[in-house]
Ligand binder design. Structure first.
Ligand code: HAM
Length: 419
């Protein structure tokens, strides 16, 4: 017996409607903001991620699924941003007028230790805006994230924002942290002791209690940001205020990827336990240049779909579908069933039947399981009279109607309900 790999999931037919609902809500909201879909490959050169995310990040050091290929190494994509910037440069999207606004929906792969909310194959609904540095864009992208969570039905989350500042500001912050933390090295966890030398900013968001205690004791009051970056952050906050988007400034919020500059943000939900980020993002103004493109500011975010679904209140599928279950009594009726189903389907009406010789009672039970609204019963009597017995499972009403009227009757009733 084969089993799925730990940290992967089968999204079964019973669950898939929740995924489809989320994806289709996302597509509608992205369209309101003039975003178009992009579908880059799931496999890229590993070097793309090393270069974009940073060689000292956890993802690059420990979490990529690597595939040796001749002289190269390929990687299953651990995230979407690097691929999209690569696609933006390679396909000359920067030559198109205006700003590039794209969204993506699909699987990402990280070789993590699986736990609640942390998978090896998980899914992102994300977006990227490339070609602008205006603070209004940051506010619009954050407002878009909030709009998506509203239509997904997620409430009770926190929106945390911070500004890392430009590359020089990040160096200042790293220097400040090294100075402040050098006296506390022995109190940090093993990983953070390494991070002290390789990626000191990451110590700020270590989840270990001993490191949190050290970090909470730091005086982060003095800004490490230059005037221009302070001005940008203030303008983002003003713009969010004008849009009525509630946020909390979190001076210790840094992100696990090196490409971020200036605005970073994260949405967290208390119901999710240790892995509480349902989505996150930020500005990455130097990545396009870093990967060989023009100097183009950019910002984006991604939601973890599995975590969003955990944070949504579970909604039972409501009501019946406008579909027909055809119950045939006897062999002659079975032939008529095939014909009737073909007519129904070519008129856009979904239908199904029983192929396992159930009794009428069993067929009714199956129709109910399928949440069909109608059962069309065909027996010898109906065959003789060229009629069908149509039962509306919603109202309980049952009527014999001419077989030729079946499509019209069902469409009329479905329309009545819809109007
Ligand atoms: P990230 O924070 O690494 O950012 O991932 C975004 C979201 O994906 C997380 O907040 C979380 O909900 C979900 N996620 C991450 N790892 C896992 C996992 N192992 N299992 C389940 N869910 C997970 C990025 O990937 C950036 N590319 C976001 C971005 C787009 N920044 C700018 N543009």
């Amino acid at each position: 017996m084969f089993k799925r790999i730990p940290g992967t999931k089968d999204i079964l037919p019973d669950e898939v409607s929740r995924w489809q609902a989320l994806e289709s809500a996302a597509r509608s909201v992205f369209a309101l903001y003039n975003f178009a879909e992009i579908r880059p490959p799931l496999i890229e050169e590993a070097a793309l991620f090393n270069r974009s995310l940073g060689t000292t990040t956890e993802i690059v050091q420990k979490q990529m699924f690597l595939i040796p290929h001749q002289e190269d190494t390929y990687a299953l994509r651990p995230e979407g941003t690097a691929s999209i910037v690569r696609a933006y440069i390679e396909n000359n999207l920067d030559k198109k007028a205006g700003i590039t606004k794209v969204f993506y929906i699909g699987p990402m792969f990280r070789r993590e230790r699986p736990q609640k909310g942390r998978l090896r194959q998980f899914h992102h609904i994300g977006c990227e805006v490339i070609g602008g540095t205006a603070p209004e864009l940051d506010a619009e992208v954050i407002a878009l994230a909030r709009h998506l969570l509203d239509v997904f039905g997620v409430s009770g989350y926190r929106l945390l924002i911070n500004s890392l500042g430009c590359a020089d500001d990040k160096k200042n912050l790293a220097e400040f942290l090294r100075q402040e933390l050098s006296a506390h090295l022995k109190n940090l966890c093993e990983d953070c002791a390494t991070r002290f030398n390789t990626n000191v900013l990451r110590i700020l968001d270590c989840k270990q209690e001993q490191c949190k205690a050290v970090v909470n004791g730091l005086d982060m009051g003095r800004s490490h940001r230059c005037d221009a970056c302070n001005g940008h952050f203030n303008a983002v906050k003003e713009s969010l205020d004008a849009l009525g988007v509630p946020y909390e400034v979190a001076p210790r919020l840094v992100r696990g990827l090196d490409y971020y500059t200036r605005t970073v943000f994260e949405m967290t939900h208390a119901d999710l336990g240790a892995q509480d980020a349902i989505g996150a993002g930020g500005r990455y103004d130097k990545l396009v240049v870093e990967l060989g493109g023009a100097d183009a500011g950019a910002i984006g975010f991604a939601f973890g779909v599995e975590r969003v679904l955990m944070a949504c209140s579970e909604r039972e599928p409501s009501g019946r579908r406008d579909s027909v279950f055809v119950a045939a009594l006897g062999d002659a009726a079975k032939k008529e069933t095939v014909r009737l189903m073909s007519v129904l389907r070519s008129n856009g009406i979904a239908c199904d039947t029983d192929y396992q010789g159930r009794s009428l009672k069993g067929a009714m039970r199956l129709a109910d399981d399928q949440r069909a609204r109608w059962v069309a019963i065909i027996g010898d009597n109906e065959l003789e009279k060229k009629s069908i017995m149509l039962k509306d499972l919603e109202s309980g009403e049952q009527r014999e109607i001419p077989a030729a009227d079946c499509v019209r009757e069902i469409l009329a009733r479905a329309h009545e309900k819809g109007s």
